[in-house]
Write a protein that binds this ligand. Structure first.
Ligand SMILES: [Cu+2]
Length: 358
């Protein structure tokens, strides 16, 4: 009698464990990296201020958190004066964010963006779970010591990611398999028990890895590493396919392809090849950030910063500066274009001819 009780208890505990693990996986939410994101407005005049707004993630999705990052600065000089482009961050302003749905019958959301909470204390930030997909108007109202102003822009919210279902389906499969197999095991004998154990193990492995693959998040379109110097890591396998020298300054990017003698205002990269990127600042602290690559490296003046990028998917991305480097920092944008290797070579050759003739 006692043995039977122990057996039953052990089975119950096993079933509970098998059900609790996948269900808890389903509730894991990926923590948002605060600060930065996808640029929505850049250095726009709003009352006496200049305002920039970023959203994260890209794309925004219904049923998921949307993160808004807002930078407010005040120009120091009058237009045309020497100090025109100098600015100071504005702190302690009242920043209201109103989200107005442009379709459907969802109601308007009112948010208050707060400064000093994120990694960069100069940003105002707020989070909200987007209740519906479609276009939304974002109305931004700012009130500070210097006065007030408002601006508007639109955002697109995509339907919930379908891959989220993979989690629930695998959780259900694991749970049902566990419950059914425990019962079958109780009534089975000999070889049947062995077959059962093998079958259950394989179902759990497949469902578990499907859930795990989902939890590790979407695959980035590029492999990125930030070696501390040109010679790290050691070894010839680390030798890049090309070297690009980048100059960061208030408030622009210049890209040099020294092997070809080409200079460009956009960062073109060959797909599937490893580019070693050497970044130098000619003035203040900047940062080299490609949100789509999950890349954000500080660039200090007087010290080279190295980044290795191996883009896997061709397409257009955006390079931004995530460091507050003066009033024009939000304008420090450049196109990043990943081209198939032969298109990249053609572009480089064409630029070389063009620049030799200039
Ligand atoms: Cu900068």
């Amino acid at each position: 009698m006692a043995t039977r009780f122990v057996q039953q208890s052990a089975q119950t505990i096993l079933i509970l464990l098998l059900m609790v693990v996948p269900i808890s996986l389903g509730f894991v939410t990926v923590v948002q990296a605060h600060g930065g994101g996808y640029p929505q407005i850049s250095n726009q005049p709003v009352g006496p201020y200049r305002v920039s707004v970023w959203t994260q993630p890209q794309p925004l999705r219904a049923g998921s958190q949307a993160h808004f990052t807002i930078a407010i600065s005040k120009p120091l000089g009058k237009p045309g004066s020497l100090a025109e482009n100098a600015g100071v961050p504005v702190l302690g302003a009242d920043v209201q964010v109103e989200l107005i749905p442009l379709s459907g019958n969802t109601s308007t959301l009112m948010l208050q963006a707060k400064s000093g909470s994120g990694i960069n204390k100069l940003y105002y930030e707020t989070d909200v779970e987007m209740p519906a997909a479609g276009r939304w108007e974002v109305f931004l109202a700012i009130n500070g010591d210097e006065g007030g102003g408002s601006t508007m822009f639109e955002i697109e919210v995509e339907p919930p990611s379908t891959t989220r279902w993979i989690l629930w389906v695998s959780a259900a499969v694991i749970g049902l398999t566990a419950a059914w197999s425990a019962r079958a095991y109780q009534h089975g004998t000999g070889i049947r028990k062995i077959i059962l154990v093998l079958a259950v193990t394989s179902v759990l492995t497949v469902s578990g890895s499907a859930a795990a693959a989902h939890l590790t998040g979407p695959t980035l379109p590029a492999i990125v590493s930030s070696p501390a110097s040109r010679f790290w890591p050691f070894g010839s396998s680390a030798e890049p396919d090309l070297v690009i020298e980048v100059q960061a300054s208030q408030w622009k990017w210049v890209f040099n392809y020294p092997a070809a003698g080409v200079q460009s205002t956009e960062l073109n990269l060959p797909q599937g090849q490893t580019a070693l990127i050497k970044i130098d600042s000619t003035d203040v602290l900047h940062s080299f950030a490609v949100p789509d690559f999950d890349l954000n490296e500080n660039v200090l003046p007087g010290k080279s910063t190295f980044v290795k990028i191996t883009p896997l998917e061709s397409g257009k991305y955006v390079l931004t500066c995530e460091s507050f480097c003066g009033v024009g920092f939000a304008d420090m944008l450049a196109d990043v274009q990943v081209l198939p290797a032969k298109d990249f070579d053609a572009w480089l050759a064409q630029e070389k001819t063009k620049q030799l003739n200039d």
